[in-house]
Design a protein around this ligand. Structure first.
Ligand SMILES: Cc1cc2nc3c(=O)[nH]c(=O)nc-3n(C[C@H](O)[C@H](O)[C@H](O)COP(=O)(O)O)c2cc1C
Length: 211
């Protein structure tokens, strides 16, 4: 998108947290991943905690709920997303899944759902097994929403050792989170360049089958 001064608008990355717990380990990790996106020049936004308090999908009058409207508006303006969840009994939290179910409202958008956007996913857990399952479950949702999971996903097991006092204590984990955030932006940059190229290239009339 080009601004009125001719410069490209910064890319926007939205982080959606999956925990209402305060403080939240998964939100700490999410903020580190968003920092990786910011390092690549993106503007970031986060929906977590109180903003995640949504009526259960579906509920009467849910479309008029301010948190639902805010969620959908933030998703629509995002060029890429990062999803974060605590592992709850082997998969993502109900709060995050409920929020993601609201993306059904994007079904008739053009393009529909999250088509054309990259999404990074991360999970935190007390144990060693459920975080990987949670990352896989999140990637399944990304596929269902027609988006592109980043090559990097981050599963943080025994999270209490790594995520302390709102900080990521292990620099290797922090680097993985930032790298995932950077991949979301790199994908959005590539898509933007592709669209710019397509809009300036002359249309071809056929496909050459010659040597
Ligand atoms: C209801 C519930 C279920 C949980 N299930 C698992 C689990 O299956 N495996 C695991 O490793 N941790 C499990 N945990 C621990 C959380 O995933 C872990 O503490 C997480 O890092 C908390 O993130 P948060 O601070 O963002 O909420 C569970 C916690 C709760 C409250």
């Amino acid at each position: 998108m080009t601004r009125h001064d001719g410069r490209l608008a910064p890319l926007r990355v939205l982080g959606i947290g999956g925990s209402l717990r305060r403080p939240s380990q998964s939100e700490t990790a999410l903020r580190m991943a968003l920092r990786g996106a910011e390092d690549e020049g993106a503007v970031t936004e986060i929906i977590a905690a109180d903003n995640l308090r949504l009526p259960l999908y579906p509920s009467p009058d849910m479309a008029a709920h301010p948190n639902v409207m805010a969620l959908l508006a933030a998703v629509r303006r995002a060029d890429g997303l990062i999803l974060a969840s605590p592992a709850y009994h082997g998969t993502m939290s109900g709060a995050l899944k409920n929020a993601l179910d609201y993306l059904q409202y994007l079904a008739d958008d053009d393009p529909p759902y999250l088509d054309g956007r990259a999404i990074g996913v991360l999970a935190t857990g007390d144990g060693t097994q459920a975080v990987v399952q949670t990352v896989d479950a999140l990637r399944s949702v990304v596929h269902a929403l027609r988006a592109w999971p980043t090559p990097m996903g981050v599963a943080i097991h025994e999270a209490g050792r790594t995520l302390q006092d709102g900080a990521v204590a292990d620099e290797r984990v922090a680097a993985s989170l930032r790298a995932m955030g950077a991949q979301v932006v790199e994908f959005a940059q590539a898509r933007r360049a592709l669209h710019a190229l397509a809009s300036t290239s002359p249309k071809t009339t056929g496909v050459s089958t010659g040597p």
